[in-house]
Write a protein that binds this ligand. Sequence first.
Ligand SMILES: C[S@@+](CC[C@H](N)C(=O)[O-])C[C@H]1O[C@@H](n2cnc3c(N)ncnc32)[C@H](O)[C@@H]1O
Ligand SMILES: Nc1nc2[nH]cc(C(=O)O)c2c(=O)[nH]1
Ligand code: SF4
Ligand SMILES: [Mg+2]
Length: 240
Amino acid sequence: MSKIPVIEMFGPTIQGEGAVIGVKTMFVRTYGCDYRCGWCDSAFTWDGTAKNKVRMMEAEEIINELLALAGDNFDCVTISGGNPALIGEGMGTFINLLHERGIIAAIETQGSKWQDWFNDVDVLTISPKPPSSGMTTNWEMLDNIMSKMEKLGRSTHSLKVVVFDDKDFDYAKNVHQRYPNVQLFLQPGNDDVTEEGNISARLLGRLEWLFNKVIVDSDMNKVRVLPQLHALIWHNKRGK
Ligand SMILES: C[S@@+](CC[C@H](N)C(=O)[O-])C[C@H]1O[C@@H](n2cnc3c(N)ncnc32)[C@H](O)[C@@H]1O
Ligand SMILES: Nc1nc2[nH]cc(C(=O)O)c2c(=O)[nH]1
Ligand code: SF4
Ligand SMILES: [Mg+2]
């Protein structure tokens, strides 16, 4: 059996981003990332500061813990990280167990790695990283992932790009031109993930800036611009 490194589980909460924004969901956050985005809002999943909280868990144990947390008060589990795509067959087993219980599986990943269990995911969010992150996109890998997902013919996948500045917006445009048939979500960046208290006004300011970028750009007629809804409500609080 291959175990899964879990750093936190929480919920039920409301999915705050992307294609299924607004849906009630549990979260399972895996430990470890192959990226180090300068503005990562979940850096504790890879920077070592919370390493002592990691538990190596069997798929079955994770389900049992979710059920203990929430009973039958959910039918969606979102697996985020870190990068859940670093995990092999254990994650496939976990997704199968969710399906056996009629629970859907949503994944958040950056598109730097493929796993065969992507084929079984109900909602796959691929979030390639713009220049402000400090990361470099492996376009060959991303092309590969996008073409495998397209071949599935179920359009369970979408793209989500976080935008902090004009260069990121150009990057998002590039992504949209490269994969014109895949729904692209734009999300404004939260440029201070440690600020305490109410950050809604700051985030809404960034959302308005992004709205205005999209409004005047005829290459962006088909994108959708969304906030991080949970951050508007719960700010930088962890486990929400
Ligand atoms: C923490 S990541 C984990 C999953 C995966 N590693 C990824 O990046 O897609 C989850 C989502 O949060 C977004 N995100 C991280 N930091 C952010 C920030 N400061 N502002 C806005 N979105 C952020 C990421 O781009 C990604 O879409
Ligand atoms: N409510 C809520 N929605 C989210 N959507 C993506 C998240 C993530 O950190 O991957 C996230 C999160 O952490 N909380
Ligand atoms: S890829 Fe995701 S988890 Fe990894 S550093 Fe970037 S935002 Fe954070
Ligand atoms: Mg988050």
